[in-house]
Design a protein around this ligand. Structure first.
Ligand code: RAT
Ligand code: ZN
Length: 409
């Protein structure tokens, strides 16, 4: 006889997940899809941690090859100190799940192992290990490496779905204008003339070209709505009508303070406390639009969850970046289930390196199982015994099914 807890754990482990936000790419993008030990070790989370111990100047590190950077990070974060941080532990989980003996602490042997893989087989292997059924990419038409691949066209790998990322349009409209004009859209920085309809044409063209599942932006903690800014204009006159016309949700990731330490490059971003009121005002002003939201500051999570209780057009997701640590994931997942039940997506991976799918889901699943099992046990104590089918339905929901239903609604 299985206990309820064992049943929940087994179902959470075996239910395939739709990972709703990553920075991974369809293999057709070639080198843009990062994978393997050197990409794992040079993940920006680890670079930030490496500089806690390095005494070399920043420029010296950046001048090294990727392999040399990886060796310095391995030395400082794995050999000279025990790799207990979540990001370091993640590297070991990946290696362990691949069947490597991490205890040998042998980087050259690990590299040899990766050299034997072909990318297509490795994607299949990783999706199996992570039990991932579908991966949402982050696709920016403003990215000069990515855009030409879409423009040329390619046969899509059905495991990868697209999300239209439009940060520049929203946070730097004047910077976006010359690019949009060069691509044939008649826009003006002062929003005069046909600007609004031309931005909508741009959004529609890209939505169609990439088959975007949703449209996404990341904002700083100072994000406000409404205000006098061009951001508000783009939202009101372009994004919201576009969203309604195409049934497309608008995903907001709020709270990143970019470049707090520019010397750290991609690893140099921090966080700040945001105004959940801005999200509430957006949801209230556009009841016929759908919003997804995640926030970076722990202190914002409770208010964001309460906002989701008030607005059914708001779907809360993920424990993003600095939130993606076991102690915080458990606390926030528990709180969300208590406040909004199963109508949320507790986790996304935010992977930048394919292999990370393995660890991010291996680390998140037991936490989700633990919190869910606690909740089902509380129900059982009242006499309401959840059936296996009910648990399977619920787990499918929190592992991406609820989001798919929200996007379809
Ligand atoms: O989590 C991350 O890796 C960050 O660097 C960001 O990419 C963030 O997730 C984002 O999508 O802006
Ligand atoms: Zn991201």
């Amino acid at each position: 006889m299985h206990t309820l807890r064992q049943t929940v754990t087994e179902i959470v482990q075996t239910t395939p997940v739709f990972d709703i936000h990553t920075h991974l790419y369809d293999p057709a993008f070639g080198e843009l899809l990062l994978w393997g030990i050197d990409d794992l070790l040079t993940y920006h989370y680890l670079i930030a941690e490496g500089f806690r111990y390095f005494d070399m100047p920043y420029e010296k590190f950046w001048a090294l090859t990727r392999e040399q950077q990886a060796e310095h990070l391995w030395q400082a974060l794995f050999l000279e100190h025990s790799p207990i941080s979540e990001a370091c532990r993640g590297v070991l989980t990946v290696l362990n799940k691949l069947g490597l003996d991490v205890n040998r602490r042998d980087l050259p042997a690990i590299r040899q192992h990766f050299a034997t893989w072909k990318v297509d087989d490795y994607i299949t292997k990783t999706c199996e290990l992570a039990n991932v059924r579908k991966i949402a990419m982050t696709n920016s038409p403003f990215d000069d490496l990515e855009r030409p691949v879409w423009e040329r066209g390619f046969t899509r790998d059905p495991r990868f779905v697209a999300a239209l990322r439009i940060d520049q349009l929203l946070v730097d409209f004047p910077g976006a204008v010359p690019k949009l004009r060069a691509w044939g859209y008649e826009v003006n920085a002062d929003f005069s003339g046909k600007t609004a309809e031309e931005v909508r044409r741009f959004l529609a063209d890209w939505t169609k070209r990439i088959d975007a599942q949703y449209c996404m932006v990341s904002f700083g903690p100072d994000f406000q709505y409404p205000d006098e800014s061009t951001t508000t204009k783009v939202i009101e006159r372009c994004l919201m009508p576009h969203g309604r016309e195409h049934g497309q949700a608008f995903a907001l990731m709020i709270g990143v303070r970019r470049n707090v330490n520019p010397e750290l490059r991609l690893a140099g971003d921090s966080l700040g406390l945001s105004d959940v009121g801005a999200v509430e005002r957006l949801c209230a002003a556009f009841p016929d639009n759908k919003f997804l939201c995640t926030m970076l500051a722990r202190e914002n999570q409770h208010a964001l969850c309460v906002a989701a209780r008030k607005f059914r057009n708001l779907h809360v997701f993920g424990c993003w970046w600095f939130m993606n640590n076991p102690s915080i994931i458990e606390e926030i997942t528990r709180m969300r289930l208590e406040l909004i039940g199963l109508s949320c997506t507790p986790q996304h991976s935010d992977c930048r390196v394919l292999d990370q799918l393995t660890y991010k889901w291996a680390h998140s699943r037991p936490i989700l199982a633990k919190v869910l099992a606690d909740k089902y046990e509380d129900l059982a104590a009242t006499g309401w015994e959840p059936t296996r089918a009910e648990i399977e339905r619920d787990v499918h929901g929190v592992l991406g099914g609820a989001l798919e239903a929200f996007l379809r609604s």
